[in-house]
Design a protein around this ligand. Structure first.
Ligand code: ZN
Length: 79
């Protein structure tokens, strides 16, 4: 009885392992989710806001669009 056991090596300790709501990146605008290997980058490029205590992410694409709309959204009524 020699069960083939997988070597314990090769496992990197993940400090952010576990059900961390902050680790869930979902664009609140378009619902996009970054690939697991792009999460780290997404955390830097995505915009994070809080909505009622919940973190709200906006992907880089939508943030750009948003930024653009903000810049170009100078309502005539505002003047
Ligand atoms: Zn988006």
């Amino acid at each position: 009885m020699d069960a083939p056991s997988t070597p314990p090596t090769g496992r990197t300790p993940d400090p952010e392992a576990g059900p961390d709501p902050d680790a869930e990146l979902v664009c609140a605008t378009c619902g996009a989710t970054p690939a697991p290997e792009q999460r780290a980058a997404a955390r830097l490029t995505w915009s994070r806001g809080s909505d009622g205590g919940r973190s709200r992410w906006t992907c880089d694409r939508c943030s750009r669009e948003h930024l653009r709309s903000i810049e170009g959204k100078l309502d005539p009524a505002w003047w």
